[in-house]
Ligand binder design. Structure first.
Ligand code: GLN
Length: 279
């Protein structure tokens, strides 16, 4: 059966056909990779074959594997995902690791995340920094629903407040935050059509679309979070390929200092960090 799955995915130009066919079989049989290797010739029931081929067809139609199996690993934790949230990316681990460094180095407690999606950022931060209290927003209540489930499953829900909000419009100004963090939508509107089918036809468009120049959210967030700053607040952004200088300039225009650019494992400028000190 596995070879049929691989062949079907290859014929449909699925890039990781072999890996995905294996993962879908593991999912249907509820077993791990080693089991499949050892018991490769085991007969499957008709139900198992039908289920497997149904999922293979979904993948051949370019539905992301993570939406089919409903999960993605991030920072060593498990996250539930569905079509209402962006699938957590490995690139974003650089942002989280930088946040953890910043939190530990400055004894930070209160953090504010903008655009939580699956909740992967505040949840993995809270998991690693036991003192942190996070507030996070998302415009989509369907995303908030998933993020809350993920916080409960990862046992950090008592330290995260989820607010449905278009950027910071619904957030009370009575708490000051020492760290702002976001992986905002940053694809230029006109470039969305060039993305892989898996992304452009399946992931939520409002998690991708960064407006005409891709920088809309960097400007808005940099401006809006200033009302929530303490006497020294840090900001950390994930940025798209080739956006680090533009985002650095936006931060400088809005009065941020000490700007740093941090690379990901592929050597691409991936995170921009700044400091805001209200006058
Ligand atoms: N914070 C979420 C993530 O990093 C969602 C980001 C987004 O939707 N742009 O995966």
């Amino acid at each position: 059966m596995l070879s049929n799955g691989i062949k079907y995915l290859e014929e449909n130009q699925v890039s990781d056909a072999k890996i995905d066919a294996n993962l879908l079989l593991e999912y249907v049989l509820d077993v791990n990779k080693v089991y499949i290797i050892i018991n490769g010739n085991e007969e499957l029931t008709k139900e198992q074959i039908d289920k497997y081929m149904e999922l293979i067809r979904l993948r051949a139609d370019k539905k992301p594997l993570q939406y089919i199996i409903g999960h993605q690993e991030f920072m060593g934790l498990d996250f539930i995902v569905n079509k209402n949230v962006l699938i957590p990316r490995q690139d974003t681990e650089v942002l989280v690791l930088e946040a953890i460094n910043c939190i530990e180095g400055n004894n930070i407690i209160n953090i504010l995340e903008i655009g939580t999606g699956s909740g992967c950022i505040p949840i993995s931060i809270c998991e690693n920094c036991k003192e942190v209290i996070a507030t996070t927003v998302d415009i989509s209540d369907k995303a908030i629903e998933i993020a809350k489930k993920n916080a409960i499953a990862n046992e950090v829900s008592d330290r995260i407040t989820f607010i449905q909000s278009n950027l910071l419009s619904n957030v009370d100004k009575d708490i000051e935050y020492e760290l702002f963090i976001s992986n905002p939508p940053y694809i230029k509107k006109d470039d969305i059509n060039d993305l892989m089918i898996e992304v452009k036809d399946h992931e939520p468009i409002n998690a991708l679309d960064g407006g005409k120049d891709g920088l809309y959210f960097y400007r808005e967030i940099s401006k809006q979070v200033k009302d929530f700053a303490t006497k020294k607040s840090y900001i950390l952004y994930e940025v798209g390929h080739n956006q680090s200088i533009e985002v650095k300039n936006i931060l400088e225009d809005y009065g941020y200092t000490d700007i740093e650019i941090i690379k990901d494992l592929a050597g691409i400028n991936r995170v921009v960090k700044g400091v805001y000190r209200p006058l």
